[in-house]
Design a protein around this ligand. Structure first.
Ligand code: SF4
Length: 309
C-alpha cells in the first residue's frame, strides 16, 4: 500500500469481522486516510468499487473473500484472506473416525476460504485412519456458497464429502449440488455432523416454493446490482419466458433483497432473484410469497410451460 503511494483506502469486510478492525484501521490510518464501509459484505461478488471511486479512493482492501468478478476492478483492489486459526488435529482425527465408523472409504475434502489451510491436516489424519481422502486439484477443495465445482468434479470418485468450517451455509450449498452425503467438521463447535436432515427440510421447502410460485399470475423478477451478481440478460430472459407463458412479469432492480424491501410490492405474488442463488434459499422471506433463484425459476417454467425448449 505504501509502495503504491495510496492516500485514500476504502476497506470492506463482512459484518462478523468488522468488530476486529480497530487495530487494523488505526495502523492503516498512520499512513493514509481510511474509509470503512458500513454495508454488509457477503462475498467477493459484493465489491463496492463504485462507492470507493465516488470518494476518490485509490485502493480497496476487501477482507475475507477472494476475487470473484471477471476482469479488472474500477479501483485497484487487494483481497485479504481472514483465516481461522486453531489447532484442528483433534477435530480432524474425530472426523476420520466418524466417517470410518459409518463405512465410508473415499472421502472428498472441502472447505471455505477461512478454513482452506486445514485441508492438508484433515488429509493426513484420514490417511492415518486408513481412509482415502480426495481433493479437487483445480480448487484445492475450496467451495463458495454458489460455486461447488470443487465437489462436483470429484463426486464420482468419492463415497461422501467432508466440509471443514462452521455453519450450514457452504455445506448445504454442496449438498444441494451433489448426490453424495455431506458431513461437517465444525471448527467452532468442535463436532462432526451430517447434513441429511437439514437437506431433506430444505429440499421440501424449495419444492413447495417452486410449486406455489407456479400458481402465481404476477411475478417480480429482481436484478441484483452488486457487481458479481448483476445479470440483466438472465432477468430479461426469464421475464420474457414468463410473459410467453401468460404471466405478468415486473422487472425490479436493487441490491438489498430483504423481506422489508419486498414488502413494498404487495401486488407481486412471487419473486425471482437473478443474483446470488442463496438469497432465495437462505433468507427468511415472507412465507406467503415464494422467492425463487434462477435455477428454480427455470424448473418452475418447465412445470407451467412443459413444451418449453
Ligand atoms: S454465494 Fe452469493 S454472496 Fe456468496 S459469493 Fe456466491 S453470489 Fe456472492
Amino acid at each position: 500500500m505504501v509502495r503504491r503511494g495510496a492516500k485514500r483506502v476504502f476497506v470492506q469486510a463482512p459484518d462478523g469481522l468488522k468488530q476486529f478492525l480497530a487495530e487494523f484501521v488505526s495502523r492503516l490510518s498512520q499512513v493514509c486516510e481510511v474509509y470503512v464501509s458500513i454495508n454488509p459484505c457477503y462475498g467477493g461478488c459484493d465489491l463496492e468499487d463504485d462507492r470507493a471511486a465516488m470518494i476518490g479512493a485509490d485502493m480497496v482492501i476487501h477482507i475475507g473473500h477472494k476475487k470473484f468478478i471477471e476482469g479488472a476492478e474500477k479501483v485497484y483492489t487487494v483481497y485479504l484472506p481472514a483465516p481461522h486459526l486453531a489447532d484442528v488435529r483433534g477435530l480432524a482425527s474425530l472426523a476420520a473416525s466418524e466417517l470410518k465408523k459409518r463405512g465410508f472409504l473415499r472421502v472428498g475434502v472441502l472447505a471455505n476460504l477461512q478454513h482452506i489451510e486445514y485441508v492438508g491436516e484433515f488429509v493426513r489424519e484420514m490417511e492415518a485412519a486408513g481412509l482415502v481422502p480426495v481433493v479437487d486439484r483445480q480448487t484445492g477443495g475450496l467451495v463458495l456458497g454458489c460455486r461447488t465445482d470443487g465437489a462436483k468434479r470429484i463426486e464420482s470418485e468419492v463415497d461422501a464429502f467432508l466440509f471443514i468450517g462452521g455453519g450450514e451455509f457452504h455445506p448445504l450449498g454442496v449438498a444441494m449440488d451433489v448426490e453424495k452425503e455431506v458431513f461437517i467438521a465444525d471448527t467452532y463447535r468442535n463436532e462432526v455432523r451430517g447434513t441429511a436432515e437439514i437437506m431433506k427440510k430444505t429440499l421440501s421447502r424449495r419444492w413447495w416454493a417452486i410449486m406455489e410460485a407456479s400458481k402465481s399470475k404476477r411475478f417480480g423478477v429482481i436484478m441484483v446490482t452488486k457487481p458479481g451478481q448483476f445479470s440483466m440478460r438472465s432477468a430479461e430472459k426469464i421475464a420474457a419466458e414468463l410473459r410467453a407463458a401468460g404471466k405478468e412479469a415486473h422487472l425490479l432492480v436493487g441490491d438489498d433483497v430483504s423481506p422489508e424491501r419486498l414488502a413494498a410490492f404487495p401486488f407481486i405474488e412471487s419473486f425471482i432473484v437473478t443474483g446470488c442463488p442463496r438469497i432465495a434459499t437462505d433468507t427468511q422471506q415472507d412465507p406467503n410469497r415464494p422467492v425463487l433463484n434462477e435455477a428454480e425459476a427455470w424448473k418452475m417454467l418447465e412445470i407451467i410451460k412443459p413444451d418449453r425448449k
